[in-house]
Design a protein around this ligand. Structure first.
Ligand SMILES: [Zn+2]
Length: 149
């Protein structure tokens, strides 16, 4: 198992914990210089906050820890393709690399929908690596929505 899969495993653990709380199971981890700065799962229901996506919560935690609004040289791992809001936040935080698991053709904003990083109005685009532990990430989501029906 290589390094990025190990960190994605931690994001998957956050996603499973989110599912156990009744939240859409998405987890995110931010790493800087090989060290985990922050990890979070979705908490939109718990916090009554549509912006409480895993990526946003992890960015807030990492920024607070570093005392900086910018997370230069940090990498973000997330189990699902980020939505437009999170794609923008990742850009604003100047995150270096984005690793994501499952694609999200319905709600993604990186390789689907608005394709935020491909727009001329985007001033910082991270390097994007998709399909990291994709099968596990997708099956957690699939199971969650199947159980809700
Ligand atoms: Zn999002």
């Amino acid at each position: 198992m290589n390094g990025s899969n190990r960190i994605m495993e931690r994001a998957l653990t956050e996603a499973r914990a989110a599912a156990a709380r009744g939240e859409v199971p998405v987890g995110a981890v931010i790493v800087l210089d090989g060290e985990v700065l922050a990890s979070a799962g979705n908490r939109t229901r718990e916090l009554n906050d549509v912006t409480a996506h895993a990526e946003i919560l992890a960015i807030r935690e990492a920024s607070a820890k570093l005392g900086s609004e910018r997370l230069i040289n940090a990498d973000l791992y997330v189990t699902l393709e980020p939505c437009a809001m999170c794609a923008a936040a990742i850009s604003f935080a100047r995150i270096r690399r984005l690793y994501y698991g499952a694609e999200d053709p319905k709600g993604g904003g990186v390789d689907h929908g608005g394709r935020f990083y491909a727009q001329p109005t985007c001033h910082h685009a991270p390097e994007v690596y998709s399909g990291i532990a994709e099968r596990q990430a997708a099956s957690i989501l699939k199971e969650f929505f199947a159980n809700r029906r």
